[in-house]
Design a protein. Structure first.
Length: 291
């Protein structure tokens, strides 16, 4: 009987050890292997629920993005990992954006920028007008949002623009033709003195104005604007080179001189070429002069 009891004890012990090594030991000394599910394009809550359902530990990193969705996991979906491994879950998030004040800006200059901002962040744009005598029309003088405040979808941006029927900003006439300038002159009832002068600029182009552009002018006043208009230079005309260069320098234009051999008289302008016209009122002339 003793040997039979001992045999059963040995068999029982072996069974306990077998159960331990097969079912208990792996859970104590070896991590369970799990597969990372695909959570890309899920909402943050759904992605978290999917990871937790698969017993996967995770940490969330937010990335600025126009979609509030899961962007990726590291390691990627389908990778086998140990259950105690922490997966990085990257989630897109629309980060808070601060409002940038437009006070003092001309609405026409920034209207496209403002509309893009409103469309991007779901703002409702409202425009109001207020009569003001001492500023030009169309200036943003009030705004409903505070500079630096966070933009929230559905917010209303109310801009108050100045309305002034008695004043205007002096246009930039330099570079215009007289025909184009007359439209503004007639609209604002400007009194104008026109002086024509010989210059290396195309005929009928305004090269100078006595009142700078963007000066506030009251309508129907007694002010007289002086405009200097080019009457050009005919290339067939014999031109005094020194006078020609002096005109170019006085106008602030750039020039380059190329000397050519000729049987004609020395220091004679035989040709010139306009290289760059009316880009920020900068003009470069290339001159060919006899030597």
């Amino acid at each position: 009987m003793k040997w039979a009891l001992r045999l059963w004890l040995v068999i029982f012990g072996i069974g306990i050890l077998w159960i331990y090594f097969l079912f208990i030991s792996p859970k104590i000394f070896h991590s369970q292997i799990v597969t990372i599910p695909d959570v890309v394009d899920m909402t943050e809550d759904d992605a978290i629920a999917e990871l937790e359902k698969n017993h996967i530990q995770y940490q969330i990193t937010y990335i600025e993005n126009d979609k509030n969705l899961a962007l990726k996991t590291i390691p990627y979906a389908g990778t086998n990992i140990k259950a105690d491994y922490v997966v990085s879950l990257y989630v897109g998030k629309i980060m808070p954006v601060a409002y940038k004040s437009y006070l003092g800006r001309v609405y026409e200059d920034v209207d496209e920028e403002i509309n893009v901002m409103c469309n991007s962040y779901g703002l409702r744009l409202k425009i109001e007008y207020e009569e003001v005598d001492n500023v030009i029309s169309g200036l943003i003088i009030k705004e409903s949002l505070v500079d630096g405040s966070v933009l929230n979808q559905g917010d209303e941006l109310c801009l108050t623009l100045s309305s002034n029927h008695s004043s205007y900003m002096m246009p930039n006439f330099v570079g215009m033709t007289m025909e184009d300038a007359l439209q503004w002159i007639n609209e604002y009832n400007l009194k104008v003195n026109i002086t024509y002068m010989q210059t290396p600029v195309e005929e009928d182009i305004i090269i100078f104005q006595s009142t700078p552009a963007n000066t506030l002018i009251h309508k129907n006043n007694s002010y007289t604007l002086d405009l200097y208009v080019s009457k050009g230079i005919q290339t067939t005309t014999v031109v005094d080179v020194d006078s020609f260069i002096e005109v170019i320098e006085n106008l602030g234009y750039e020039f380059e001189i190329n000397y050519v051999n000729s049987n004609e008289i020395e220091n004679k302008l035989v040709a010139f070429e306009v290289q760059k016209l009316y880009d920020s009122n900068i003009v470069k002339y290339i001159l060919w002069i006899t030597k």
